[in-house]
Design a binder for this molecule. Structure first.
Ligand code: PMP
Length: 285
């Protein structure tokens, strides 16, 4: 079934949606994006995603072509038109269309594209079995805090994981884990502390990370925001990842080392439960 998508002010069947070959998003990966999850036909943490979007645009000197209220309306309309109960809404804003030149002219009109993807988020099979992870070098650029569409290396990382017969990869810089290819990475120490890398230019400030760390602290869990190595991860009690479309998903194997009994750990399972419960409660829009 064809989806209805949004392109620059128009709702169109996906086959009819077109963007110029001169779009800088296409030629230079000059664009930013957000993925907001949808549960029970409603948006999860839309406000968090719009804040990060504003920041990404600002960091790249791009003007936001739409008011946030209008953007919210488009999200809602796409949910309605596509009868989306559970999944994600992808939003991309690129700098716009200009003849190919590294130096771009002032006053470009940004290209805005949104589409829905139906996914089973709350009951995903991987949440039950847990993920198997390899470690790869982090070869991305130095401003990973900006959510740009230059996702070639994360895509290569997922292909490396696939070729290795596992689910995903965590990336390493100077011996420490930065994050997963499309998620934030966490370990749990044997005395129950949750460890995840501190924010900075090296990782994306996950909207799910923000919520999960808040819920963990509210549940009296100890959170340490600091770098950790793969060896520490392999010796940890459990591990997990977070992202908008995977919520909290346990990790059961890192670089061939099985964690604990090889099943999702209690901290990750509990945090996943809390996250989904809280997300459902707060579905305001
Ligand atoms: N890190 C990276 C590199 C990502 O691509 C993502 C997902 N876009 C995340 C972390 C998680 O961010 P969020 O929780 O906002 O989906």
């Amino acid at each position: 079934m064809s989806r209805i998508v949004y392109v620059n002010g128009e709702y169109l069947p996906e086959e009819e949606a077109k963007v110029s070959i001169f779009d800088r998003g296409f030629l230079f990966a000059d664009g930013v994006y957000e993925v907001t999850s949808v549960l029970d036909g409603r948006l999860v943490d839309f406000e968090g995603h719009t804040h990060r979007l504003e920041r990404s645009l600002r960091e790249l000197d791009m003007t936001n072509p739409m008011h946030m209220g209008d953007l919210l309306e488009v999200h809602r309309e796409l949910i309605k038109r596509n009868d989306l109960q559970e999944g994600g809404i992808y939003l991309q804003i690129s700098r716009g269309v200009a003849d190919r030149d590294f130096v771009y002219p002032a006053g470009l009109k940004p290209t805005v594209v949104l589409f829905t993807t139906a996914m089973n988020l709350s009951d995903s099979p991987k949440a039950k079995t847990g993920l198997r992870i390899i470690a790869i070098d982090d070869l991305r650029w130095g401003r990973r805090d900006i959510k740009t569409v230059q996702l070639l290396y994360p895509s290569m990382g997922k292909m490396m994981a696939k070729a290795a017969g596992v689910d995903d990869a965590w990336m390493l810089e100077d011996g420490f884990v930065t994050e997963g290819t499309s998620n934030n990475a966490y370990i749990v120490t044997h005395d129950g502390r949750i460890v995840t890398r501190q924010l900075g230019h090296e990782i994306l400030s996950g909207i799910t990370r923000n919520a999960v760390l808040r819920f963990a602290r509210e549940a009296q869990m100890v959170v340490e925001e600091r770098p950790f190595t793969v060896d520490e991860a392999r010796g940890s009690a459990e591990a997990f990842v977070t992202s908008a479309t995977t919520f909290v998903t346990p990790v059961v194997e890192i670089e061939g080392t099985v964690l604990g009994d090889g099943k999702p750990g209690p901290v990750a399972r509990r945090l996943r439960e809390i996250y989904i419960e809280e997300a459902r409660k707060s579905l305001a829009v």
